[in-house]
Write a protein that binds this ligand. Structure first.
Ligand code: ADP
Length: 408
């Protein structure tokens, strides 16, 4: 079974074609600058050399057509015909309270996701464009929506509600939703396998340019650091994370900023970039810190401290901890951040294997000492695979149901 996994942004389209037999990536690529000058596609087939195609693409439909041209190219393609694709899995950011799991896409689902554009105006509309573009090229192939918010729908109300007037929740659905759900779900499932039990208390730290922590009890998310939007929680590359909400009207007054400008400041000019004044990238910041830059040092210390506060809060929320998991760009690669997060945690029975931590970069590893009661894992995330697995599962269920109907 071959599954095409798509993740569309406002001007980009990422895809993977995965052969579910062996869960092998047959082709992966990225189309960038859709609708602008210099649009191009970068891809590789069967793990081969990176290829680039430059072509003007006015919209997502053009981009999707190019992807399928490349996939079916007579000489260099990986499939003979689009009919070899059995199903498509779409990453969709926001499903509000509508879906707590992945679903087969039909017109009702697209309508519901369109309604959720209110929550994620930058993400859901391009996700829907991706669905439409795929439907044009693959009109008869089942498509599944996999949502970033779905995994966190299990949070109890006292964890997801904000202490604002209740009517705002009733009228507009203002509450914590949480994001990176597919990643938290994937790495926590791997951690449960490593622990050898589902009955477990796990904290997953997805630390990339966007970053969030989740508390997972027996495989279920009970709290997460991002909020109504992905701006909340941890300090991130360019996002501020949690700040005193009363700062917003203060900024309006003293800097004479509109709400759009404040949104820009908080999402694009804050975080590690805003504090350090140098970069949002941890490699640059650590380099600057090791060369004596005090603002880079401050930004890194602030990040580590905020992360530690969330880990502490979630240990209490979970009532203990079996495993602490690090994933995404920083979590998988940056041993200094992992070291700081695990420092002085021996009172909890958490003993980091300092050497193992230092030598682990981008691969699955247990980085705690054998005697550590709390296991610490680095688990590379794989959202595409999770999307493909969900898609396969839903399509198989659908086939089973239609067979049952025929038998009846
Ligand atoms: P995104 O949220 O954009 O998907 P990623 O998960 O790819 O982000 O993480 C990107 C970030 O990971 C970079 O901005 C950088 O801070 C960090 N990063 C990547 N590689 C390394 C590395 N080798 N050492 C330290 N940090 C790294």
């Amino acid at each position: 079974m071959k599954i095409f996994v798509v993740n569309t942004g406002s001007s980009s389209l990422k895809y993977q074609l995965i052969d579910m037999e062996g869960e092998k990536v047959v082709s992966k690529g990225l189309v960038e600058r859709i609708g602008a000058e210099g649009s191009s596609m970068t891809y590789n087939n069967n793990g081969g050399k990176k290829q680039v195609v430059e072509r003007l693409m006015e919209n997502h439909a053009d981009a999707m057509k190019l992807v399928f041209e490349v996939l079916t190219d007579k000489e260099t393609g990986v499939i003979k015909d689009v009919s070899e694709i059995d199903a498509v899995g779409h990453r969709v950011v926001h499903a509000g309270e509508k879906y707590n799991g992945s679903v087969l896409i039909n017109e009702d689902v697209v309508k519901a996701l369109d309604e959720c554009s209110f929550f994620a105006p930058l993400h859901n509309p391009p996700n829907i464009k991706g669905i439409r573009a795929c439907q044009e090229v693959l009109p008869d192939i089942p498509m599944v929506g996999v949502f970033d918010t779905a995994f966190h729908q299990t949070m109890p109300d006292y964890a997801y509600m904000y202490a604002l007037p209740y009517e705002l929740y009733e009228k507009y659905g203002i509450r914590r939703y949480g994001f990176h759900g597919t990643s938290h779900r994937y790495v926590s499932a791997v951690a449960m396998e490593l622990l050898g039990k589902k009955n477990s208390k796990i904290i997953t730290c997805h630390l990339g340019n966007g970053a969030s922590v989740a508390a997972i009890s027996n495989g279920v998310s009970i709290d997460t650091s991002m909020g109504h939007t992905p701006t909340g929680g941890l300090i991130m590359g360019t996002r501020c994370g949690d700040v005193d909400p009363a700062l917003i009207p203060i900024l309006e007054n003293i800097e004479h900023l509109s709400s759009k400008q404040i949104d820009d400041v908080m999402n694009k000019k804050s975080g590690m970039l805003g504090v350090s004044g140098i970069s949002n990238d941890f490699r640059d910041l650590e380099d600057a810190f090791h060369h004596g830059n005090m603002r880079a040092k401050l930004a890194l210390e602030m990040f580590d401290y905020r992360l530690k506060k969330f880990i502490g809060a979630y240990i209490v929320a979970l009532g203990g901890l079996d495993a602490l998991v690090f994933t995404a760009g920083i979590g998988e690669n940056d041993y200094e951040t992992r070291y700081e997060a695990c420092k002085n945690m021996e009172f909890l029975g958490l003993y980091l294997d300092v050497e193992k931590n230092k030598s682990t970069k981008g691969e699955l590893a247990e980085i705690s000492l054998p005697e550590s009661k709390v296991k610490v894992y680095v688990i590379p995330t794989n959202e595409e695979l999770m999307i493909a697995r969900d898609t396969k599962c839903i399509v198989k269920e659908m086939e089973k149901k239609s067979e049952e109907v025929v038998v009846e």
